[in-house]
Unconditional design. Structure first.
Length: 531
């Protein structure tokens, strides 16, 4: 079957509302849902045919818009700027070292726990970016740009904020839109039959297309183009085929998936993937082990413009869910059928896309894409505003250091049985004196912790006290911090507001925050002793 690639450029922010956020805000998905694209094409179809509503009993209408086995409208995911390739959701089995941040100029090793799990593995953290693609010899991670706008409720007839008779407190109500930003490119895919190609070419001939909500408020304007492909595959394997065991089957969901249990009720149970695969291609798979499931749950709804009512909210498996089956195989024909048809309900709206054995390496190298030239060019600042901008940059840098400090303290809890409160209080007092000095220095605390200046009892207390997590001596840790104040800051943050305004961690700031770290560790131990 042929495919139609639909490229969508956002000329205005897009509000594809999800179920995130609070009641006074609308938060958009990180992609343009296939149901939204289908709805826009239905609107064009009605306009071209001069109809007010669809004839749902018409077989042609069902085939074009509602039957999942005939036509499917896949979600529009972000497109890379370099190669113009459609990205895909990141598998939830990918984890990175906890203290590492992924950047465009540094490659980081990521572990795929669906292929290899080690009990002695270092502390890992799930990746928070949304989309990925393999390019330039490594995996690049992408996150769509977003725009947050604040609006206030107004009366349509008066054109200003006004009380409503049924809602006396509605005057001046403020709400927020968190939308996909303008100037981005997304790509959707329409899977259809040969006889319908010309039909869709006519619907897609006009370049201007409006998508999403709040169109009268400056949202939803896009520009589209399309391309017909005779052969197309949704993903390219990550890794070599020989890395996959013949009896090792990995299924990754490339979109949110709606499944039903034996009672016909929507459910986010990953074990239901077994029944969904059997219904699609007839293959019997074993129930996966618990440590071979990497999943997350989401909620799916929508809005029926015919009824003027929201659709029921149902639980679904989130995109990126990974399930590994041991001692299971599928034939090439079954794999091809699963890739083409998908699994679950509402496949005509882009749900239920699957990839078989997509990621095939236990260790992956990842980084973020390089910043575009326009994004890398910092705005110039008026010379009169430079002092204020520099203070702002310094304050932002301190906020980042405060976050690093809190994280470090959470991992530095002392065993409280071997050191007295008086020693902890003296340590805090001396450290506070170093911060109050001009300039900030370590002289007083170095003299305080000198072996020759401490009594034998005090020295033994510092040496015998250890950290719970690492069993490292408190005294050795203090000496290391004083010797190299920047050593605990794994990746020193940097704030750059323009070419003239930049804030970095210098020696003075490193000394100040090292003293704050020592004070925080000692204060935390004092509170533990009081409890």
């Amino acid at each position: 079957m042929p495919v139609i690639l639909v490229t969508i450029k956002t000329l205005q922010p897009i509000l594809a509302t999800s179920f995130q956020g609070d009641p006074n805000s609308d938060v958009s998905y990180d992609y343009i849902p296939g149901s939204m694209i289908r709805g826009a094409l239905i609107g064009r179809y009605l306009h071209h045919q001069g109809l007010r509503e669809l004839d749902l009993a018409d077989p042609e209408t069902q085939r074009l818009f509602f039957q999942s086995n005939n036509t499917r409208y896949l979600n529009a995911y972000l497109v890379t700027k370099q190669e113009q390739h459609r990205t895909l959701p990141i598998p939830r089995s990918w984890y990175k070292p906890k203290d590492y941040e992924i950047a465009e100029d540094k490659v980081i090793d990521v572990s795929d726990l669906s292929l290899e799990q080690d009990d002695e593995q270092e502390s890992l953290k799930v990746i928070r970016d949304q989309f990925c693609i393999f390019e330039d010899g490594c995996v690049r991670l992408y996150t769509p740009a977003r725009r947050i706008n604040i609006h206030n409720t107004r009366d349509r007839r008066k054109g200003r904020s006004s009380k409503r008779e049924d809602q006396p407190s509605s005057e001046g109500a403020i709400f927020r839109y968190d939308a996909l930003d303008a100037g981005q490119i997304f790509q959707a895919v329409i899977l259809c039959e040969n006889q319908d190609i010309e039909f869709f070419k006519q619907l897609l001939s006009q370049s201007d297309l409006w998508l999403g909500g709040s169109r009268s408020a400056g949202y939803g304007h896009t520009q589209i183009s399309h391309e017909i492909k005779d052969s197309w595959q949704e993903f390219e394997p990550l890794g070599d085929e020989e890395n996959i065991d013949a009896e090792h089957l990995t299924i990754t969901l490339l979109s949110d998936t709606l499944l039903r249990d034996t009672n016909g009720q929507p459910s986010a149970d990953p074990n239901l993937i077994v029944d969904a695969i059997k219904a699609t291609c007839g293959s019997e798979l074993p129930i996966p082990e618990r440590n071979h499931i990497f999943c997350s749950q989401t909620y799916i709804g929508g809005f029926n413009r015919k009824w003027g009512l929201p659709l029921p909210q149902v639980a679904a498996l989130a995109a990126g869910t990974v399930v590994v089956f041991e001692n299971a195989t599928l034939t090439d024909e079954q794999i091809q059928q699963l890739h083409w048809q998908g699994i679950g309900d509402r496949r005509n709206e882009g749900f239920g896309r699957v990839a078989i054995n997509w990621h095939r390496q236990a260790k992956l190298q990842v980084k973020k894409p390089p910043k575009s030239q326009s994004a890398s060019q910092q705005p110039s600042i008026n010379p009169a505003s430079l002092p204020l901008a520099q203070r702002m940059a310094a304050q932002l840098l301190r906020q980042k250091l405060d976050q690093l400090l809190k994280t470090e303290v959470d991992h530095r809890k002392l065993e409280i049985g071997n050191i007295s409160n008086s020693q902890l209080s003296r340590l805090q007092l001396v450290a506070r004196g170093g911060i109050s000095s001009e300039p900030v220095n370590l002289q007083d605390i170095c003299e305080f912790l000198n072996r020759d200046n401490l009594t034998k009892t005090a020295l033994e207390q510092f040496q015998k006290t250890r950290f719970k997590q690492t069993n490292e001596s408190f005294y050795s840790w203090l000496q290391e911090r004083l010797k190299n104040p920047q050593s605990w800051i794994a990746q020193p943050p940097e704030i750059q507001l323009s070419t003239e305004v930049k804030a970095t961690v210098d020696d003075s700031l490193a000394v100040e925050y090292t003293l704050k770290l020592i004070m925080a560790v000692a204060k935390q131990a004092t509170k533990e002793k009081q409890r």
